[in-house]
Design a protein around this ligand. Structure first.
Ligand code: NAD
Length: 249
């Protein structure tokens, strides 16, 4: 389709071949977008972009590094001319019990999942303001809504809940600039983040709590981001879309 025709979309954490970011990049490209893939490793990001097609670009950008976020935004505008869409997808998780969370793991989980959303948004918003329009999609999680319980610890739940608040604050402030900000809260999606970490017993237990009776796949989440990125959602801001198979019903 031409849903995203002419749009440049920046997606963080999108070099992992089986990840949600890469699935989103592929789906956006299929709908006409030019995609800028950001990830920790420049070569991995460039290869991921090239695997989608020659128009797309990959950039090294650790979202916890404010300078790196601003530098990436600058390079993207120089290379691709504009930024219409940002998907704050980069994230890490760690299973942990409350009493196991030390200051270092708290900082690491909060830095990537929450601080990264702030920095990369700060880096692209000036360009979106210039264009008078933009759409930012932020990756939260069902862990924020139900206090974890699947694979992320309390620090992960706190970070992803922080994303909901930050995104709503951005939506409130940036609406006047034509910039929409929304969140997606996935349930359990099969990617490398949880590969091999779910035993058969655990899997049965999880499926019993999912009305659609299956785990999610990256394209399930990409579809929600596609909707939010495109103009068919042009009156939607500050919203949260659950992509969890009915886990919270
Ligand atoms: P993934 O591990 O496949 O992808 C995460 C990507 O982020 C990787 O490419 C990684 O290199 C990148 N990354 C990590 N730290 C980074 C940093 N500092 N700067 C830039 N990039 C960084 O996992 P995924 O499941 O595709 O996760 C994508 C997002 O979805 C994460 O934010 C995750 O918390 C969230 N999420 C996943 C699930 C799930 O069940 N898989 C559920 C809810 C939310």
């Amino acid at each position: 389709s031409t849903l995203l025709a002419g749009k440049v979309a920046v997606i963080s954490g999108a070099a992992s071949p089986r990840g949600i970011g890469m699935a989103t990049a592929r789906m956006f490209a299929a709908h006409g977008a030019t995609v800028a893939i950001l990830d920790l490793d420049e070569r991995a990001a460039a290869e991921a972009a090239a695997s989608i097609g020659p128009a797309h670009r990959g950039y090294a950008c650790n979202v916890t590094d404010r300078q790196a976020c601003y530098a990436a935004a600058e390079r993207i505008v120089a290379d691709l001319g504009r930024i219409d869409v940002l998907i704050n997808n980069a994230g890490i998780t760690q299973p942990a019990k409350l009493l196991d969370i030390d200051p270092e793991s708290w900082d690491r989980i909060l830095d990537v999942n929450l601080r990264g959303v702030l920095y990369l948004s700060q880096a692209v918003v000036p360009q979106m303001k210039k264009q008078g329009k933009g759409s930012i999609g932020c990756m939260s999680s069902v862990s924020a809504q139900r206090g974890g319980g699947i694979l992320g610890g309390p620090h992960y739940s706190a970070a992803k809940a922080g994303v909901l608040g930050l995104a709503k604050a951005m939506a409130r402030e940036l609406g006047v600039d034509g910039i929409r900000v929304n969140c997606v809260t996935p349930g359990l999606i099969q990617t490398d983040i949880n590969a091999g970490k779910i035993s058969d017993d655990k899997r049965g237990e999880i499926l019993a709590g999912i009305p659609l009776n299956r785990l999610g796949v990256p394209d399930d989440v990409a579809g929600a981001f596609l909707f939010l990125a495109s103009d068919i959602s042009s009156y939607i801001t500050g919203a949260v879309i659950d992509v969890n198979g009915g886990m919270l019903i």
